[in-house]
Ligand binder design. Structure first.
Ligand code: GRF
Length: 203
């Protein structure tokens, strides 16, 4: 499976994916890492891993559609079949989603459909939930709205600092994202409406 990773920031999920590939636990290859932020740490991580990387500045494009068209072109040029969002802080246009139907995946720091949006973990903590977590899901046109592939729960200690909770959620993200991608690479995911089935491994 050849994937393109889109990232705007730190890129710790990208790193987890690169590490799993290096260890042989994920049968994938990162064809390109693209960021809307030239300074993103994610781009540095790509360079360190010897993976092609690219910064595309939204200011250089007239509108979101033409920006996304450039993204599509770069991803196709890299030969990627699947697009992995790892802290990519822009909404994708329908133009983009139509180019990779059923092949765009995201990770979100909450147990969806609770707490979509920019502050998943913070909103969960403010609400006072006892279980927070993270979700890997297919991307559709709704923000954080596509079919769920895998989730992991993280217990919350009432009153704990947000940074502690975020760190534990992140650690869990680094486990479930490569796992979901490995299922995809193995051809084990089957989508039926909102339901994603994970077939048992070939034996
Ligand atoms: C993660 O919390 C992820 O759930 C959200 O953005 C954050 C990215 O973190 N979509 P990183 O850049 O992978 O460290």
């Amino acid at each position: 499976l050849r994937i393109a990773v889109l990232a705007s920031g730190n890129g710790s999920n990208l790193q987890a994916i690169l590490d799993r590939i290096a260890s042989g636990a994920l049968d994938a290859e990162v064809g390109v890492v693209i960021s809307n932020k030239p300074q993103a740490r994610a781009l540095e991580r790509a360079r360190s891993a010897g993976v092609p990387s690219l910064a595309l500045d939204p200011a250089a494009y007239a509108d979101r559609e033409s920006y996304d068209a450039a993204l599509v072109e770069a991803i196709r040029a890299a030969g990627a079949q699947c697009v992995v969002l790892a802290g990519y802080m822009r909404l994708l246009t329908p133009v983009f989603l139509a180019a990779f139907p059923g092949a765009v995946i995201n990770i979100h720091p909450s147990l969806l459909p609770s707490f979509p949006g920019l502050r998943g973990a913070g909103d969960a903590l403010d609400y006072g939930v006892r279980l927070a977590g993270c979700t890997v899901h297919f991307v559709n046109e709704e923000m954080d709205g596509g079919a769920v592939i895998v989730q992991a729960a993280v217990p919350v200690t009432p009153g704990e600092p947000l940074d502690d909770l975020k760190a534990r959620i992140h650690a869990m993200e680094h486990r479930i994202y490569p796992q979901a991608l490995q299922w995809l690479a193995q051809g084990r995911l089957r989508v039926e409406g909102r339901c994603v089935h994970v077939a048992p491994p070939d034996s």
